[in-house]
Design a protein around this ligand. Sequence first.
Ligand code: ATP
Ligand code: MG
Length: 452
Amino acid sequence: MSKPEGFALLVVDDDAAIRRQLRGVLEDEGHRVSEAANAAEGYAAVERERFDAVLLDLRMPGEHGLDALLRLRERAPDTAVLIVSGEGTLENAVKAGQRGAFDFVEKPIRDPERLLDTIAEAVRVTRLRRRAAAPAGTDGDATLGILGESAPIERLREQLRRIGPSNGRVLVTGENGAGKELVAEAIHRLSKRAEGPYVKLNCAAIPRDLLESELFGYEKGAFTGAVQTKKGRLELADGGTLFLDEIGDLALESQAKLLRAIETGEIERVGGTRSSQLDVRIVAATNKDLAEAVKAGDFREDLYFRLNVLPIVVPPLRERRGDVGRLARHFLAAFAADEGRAGLTLGDEAIELLEDYHWPGNVRELRNLMERAVVLAPGDVIGAADLLPWLEARPEESDDAGLKGRIARSEIESIRRALEGADWNVTQAATSLGIDRTNLHRKMRKYGISRR
Ligand SMILES: Nc1ncnc2c1ncn2[C@@H]1O[C@H](COP(=O)(O)OP(=O)(O)OP(=O)(O)O)[C@@H](O)[C@H]1O
Ligand SMILES: [Mg+2]
């Protein structure tokens, strides 16, 4: 089943002849090659699939390779980037190095063997670095990107360790932003296919009439515009994992075709006559209740049973409040470092407020909130008052889970109003609130209220 060590490689070059030449050399060596004709296509490719290395041209229409280098490294930090360019000036080589390129290879390629060695070295070193970056004692545990120590997250991790290495299909469910994609990636990294391709397809993002050709690929001339044979995502994922995101949005007719591919293990490109046998593990995700969708006739029951062999439920953030502080500090530190505000911290009241919040957008909402706070918070300590305006009011509910947050919210609002009414004269505002001045000062500090 597993092939000799072949890498997943991406060639980004506007010159089709160069791409063809490189593809020939690389495929002969047993590597899998995808092509992109410009930077934008390159970004799309790394969003969709994990590559071991990218071979990047410098002079292309659209974005220059040196800019593309930065953005590729951002999107795929674990992927090595090699510059392959005819513009082999010292300046370019230095810049490329500074921006994280592994090496600079001169085009035209005179010594294919050397290129192959360089790629192998780049992949080896990048993998080592990835392992070294994992916290000590964890041995590159693939569930590590999933932060949290709460009981639900520990259970999830345990489940991933059991399910990951198996070959069974997995259905990941959970609310928006809860971490389904992170879980799908962890499954791939924990599997025996970890070195094989990891390919993504968002079923909701692709127009219905294009979905089939995205999944199965097409032959040259299959329809107008099919100027070149193109591999589908299933074929690209051969020997690895295909992540079908938002599977609940797959149209019924496409469901039938996917089911057939799963049952036979074979695919046929659109407009093709031969079918080929594939070895792909499917991990699907949705925030919909698929069992309900089956009842409503929107999702095929047979496909549902095929996909839902190993179910994983990602718990919503409000069910793991103990992790909120840790996640908040993690995102804060990451964004603060990016923005050059490394001293920024979260006040205790701010953390309490976050722990109390109901998180309709889950971890993604928390992440976005921290990003915003890093840019907009006026002082070095982010206070509850800085965050409050960005939190959604909780739908009315009878339990008092959010009581603290509601009390804080109304207290902050009245203090702010009083201060604004008194043009930020604290003594005057305290009088209008009927509390003494030191008490108001204390509350302002506690909630981090200050004039913006
Ligand atoms: N436990 C976690 N630790 C660290 N980061 C997390 C965790 N869970 C989620 N994230 C981060 O939160 C964001 C949202 O996660 P992800 O995209 O996996 O959610 P999702 O469930 O797929 O969302 P959607 O339903 O919108 O597709 C990502 O940036 C992800 O890295
Ligand atoms: Mg997702």
